[in-house]
Every structure is written in C-alpha cells, then in structure tokens.
Design a protein around this ligand. Structure first.
Ligand code: MRU
Length: 342
C-alpha cells in the first residue's frame, strides 16, 4: 500500500483525512498544493511527509522559468522555506528538503535543466530508499518479537506513514510474514484517530489480527498481562534518545515501564536529529482546537471552552528499551550509542 505515487510532475496522494470510509486519490501538480496537503494531513507520518516534500521541490523546480542561476536558486530556496513551514516536529521534513536543496547546490555548475532533473532523481531515490529502510527495520525488529506476542502500537507508523511497509508496522509485518502468530492492539489515537482510521484498516487489509482500543484503556490491558511489548514510530529522535512521537506516546512508555513491558521505537536513521542533544529542543506542533472540540464536524465540547492540542510529546530516553533502525538496533546508553550512526 503506497500513500504516494509520483509520475511526470504529478504527485498522487491517498487522502488520509478520508480513510477508511473513502479511498480518494488527489493529484497535485504544484508546490503550494503539496505544502497544503502536508499541513492539512492529507499525507502524514514523518517519512511520508519527507518524501512528499522532496517531490514538492522537484515539481516546484520544474516550474521555475528563468535562465539565471541566481534567480533559480533564490526561487528554489523560497519554496524550501515554504515547505519547511508546514509542520514543525517531524525532522524528516527538514532532512528531506535540505538533502534535495544540497544536491542542487552541489551541482550548481550544471545547466538549470540538468539540476531540475537531478532534483527529481533525488526525490525518486529517497522514495526507494525509504521502502528499503522500512524492510530493514522490519528485519531487525523481528528479532525482538517472540512467538505469540501481543503488540501494542500507537498512532499510525505503517505503510501509510511512509512510502510503503511502515516502521512500527514494518516490524509487525515482518513478524507476521515470518510465520509468528502475533496480534496487535491499536490505540485509537485521539484526537486525529490515526490508530482507529488508519492502523486498524491497514492491518486488516493484510490479515494481521488487530483489536482497537481507546487510548485510556492501554494501562488496563498492560496490568492484565495482555501486552507483551509496545512498538511506536518516531517523528524526531534527539542524540540522547529522547523521542518525539504522536501525543500519548509518553504516557504509554511510562505505563510500559511500570508494568515491566519492553517499549520499542522504530524509525529510520533519517529520523534522528543529530543537531540536538535532548528532547527539550524538539518543537512540538500545536494544532487547531477544532480537532478536539469537534468530531466529523459535530461539536462535542461546549462553545468557548479553552483547548490545548499538542500533536506530539517527547518520551525521555529512560523509558525506551531499544530503538530499531534500518541500520540495526540501538540500545542504551543512547547518548553513547546514537552518535555512532551519524
Ligand atoms: O501527526 P501525524 O499523523 O503525522 O503523526 C504521525 C506519527 O506520530 C508517527 O508515529 C510518526 O510520524 C512515525 S511514522 C512512521
């Protein structure tokens, strides 16, 4: 299942705001629409946002009509800044934009047409690399999964959040494909319901047994002894292992520790922000209160009520048993071990 597909200057996205009820594909052919699609979560999930941004730059570059290289790079830089301003937390967005821009700059001696082609090729390569990374995460992570396990996951770190296969769900898929009889408990993930709408749907498509629970039920099932491990994705991992992921991840990690349940983070190396020492430096996106006060356009909270809606939280490294990456499993002490993957 691929959430995005690029061909000849057009990016097709599955509109994830409508799943699972409607399977609608939107076709985007300019960077403004692509920036809006990231902001409005038509596409979401850290790796998918990154690759979408890269294609946004490829499409923007094609449309820059000038013979002047200075003008070309000025305009490209402006597009980079606009795309970077869409969502602040997932580092993959910034990583992807910088990687594409750096590719262009390091080839500035070539013709503008050649640079445009190089940008497009780089974006396509990033899509391919993401799928390979997820397969590798799956293989490494499968070593941690015991036969018969029940795995709790939060949000959607699946094929829909990447370019295919998924990170946390990549491990779950790999375990299932290797013949292990596993099952998944999926948190619904208020307020945007990525767990209920996307993870439950994705796993059902693959025939992987899944049970949907409300976020506030996780502690109960852990205490009852039903959960063998927790696996979540990540939006940004600091050098010391502190990890930003969907709001509610931190509470799960504390509950897992309290109940002696391993808590694993699954992410490609591109989700590590080597420029920040710890999680205090991770910007947390605050989204529109309407996501809390309304469900599908119906108001469920009193008009005028104060609302906070942070989309992510930071789980301190001490709660994380291991970080499963495409290049292997990183164990504590993270402040010594993560830097080796730079
Ligand atoms: O707000 P979202 O849906 O973009 O948040 C997604 C998550 O928090 C995922 O867990 C994370 O991006 C990892 S996706 C492989």
């Amino acid at each position: 299942m691929k959430p995005l597909e690029y061909c000849n200057g057009i990016l097709k996205l599955i509109d994830q705001t409508l799943l699972p009820g409607e399977h609608n594909i939107v076709e985007l052919n300019n960077y403004v629409e692509i920036a809006d699609a990231i902001k409005n979560m038509i596409v979401r999930g850290a790796p998918a946002i990154g690759v979408t941004a890269a294609y946004g730059l490829a499409i923007a570059a094609k449309s820059i009509n000038t013979d002047s290289k200075n003008e070309f790079f000025d305009q490209l830089k402006k597009v980079c800044d606009i795309i970077k301003s869409t969502r602040p937390t997932a580092v993959n967005l910034f990583w992807a934009v910088d990687r594409v821009y750096d590719k262009a700059v390091s080839n500035k001696d070539k013709s503008i047409e050649e640079i445009k082609e190089l940008i497009e090729t780089e974006a396509c390569l990033m899509e391919k690399e993401d799928v390979e990374a997820n397969r590798n995460i799956g293989q490494h992570g499968n070593e941690l999964i015991k036969e018969g396990s029940t795995i709790l996951t939060h949000c959607n770190a699946g094929a829909l959040a990447t370019c295919d296969y998924g990170t946390a769900l990549g491990i779950i898929r790999a375990a299932h494909e290797s013949g292990k009889k596993i099952q998944v408990f999926a948190d619904e993930t208020r307020p945007y319901l990525q767990g209920a709408r996307l993870t439950a749907w994705e796993l059902m498509q693959d025939g992987i047994p899944v049970t949907l629970i409300c976020d506030n039920m996780a502690g109960h099932f852990m205490k009852e002894g039903l959960i063998d491990c927790v696996i979540v994705g990540a939006d940004r991992i600091a050098l010391n292992g502190d990890t930003a992921n969907k709001i509610g991840t931190y509470s799960l990690a504390v509950l897992a520790k309290e109940n002696n349940i391993p808590f694993y983070v699954a992410a490609p190396i591109s989700t590590i922000d080597f420029s920040i020492k710890n999680g205090d430096q991770i910007p947390i996106e605050e989204r529109n209160p309407i996501e809390i006060t309304h469900i599908k356009g119906i108001r469920i909270a009193p008009e005028g009520v104060n609302v906070r809606n942070p989309a992510f939280d930071v789980t301190p490294n001490k709660y994380i048993s291991a970080i499963v990456t495409d290049r292997g499993i990183i164990y504590p002490p993270y402040d010594e071990n993560i830097i080796k993957y730079r």
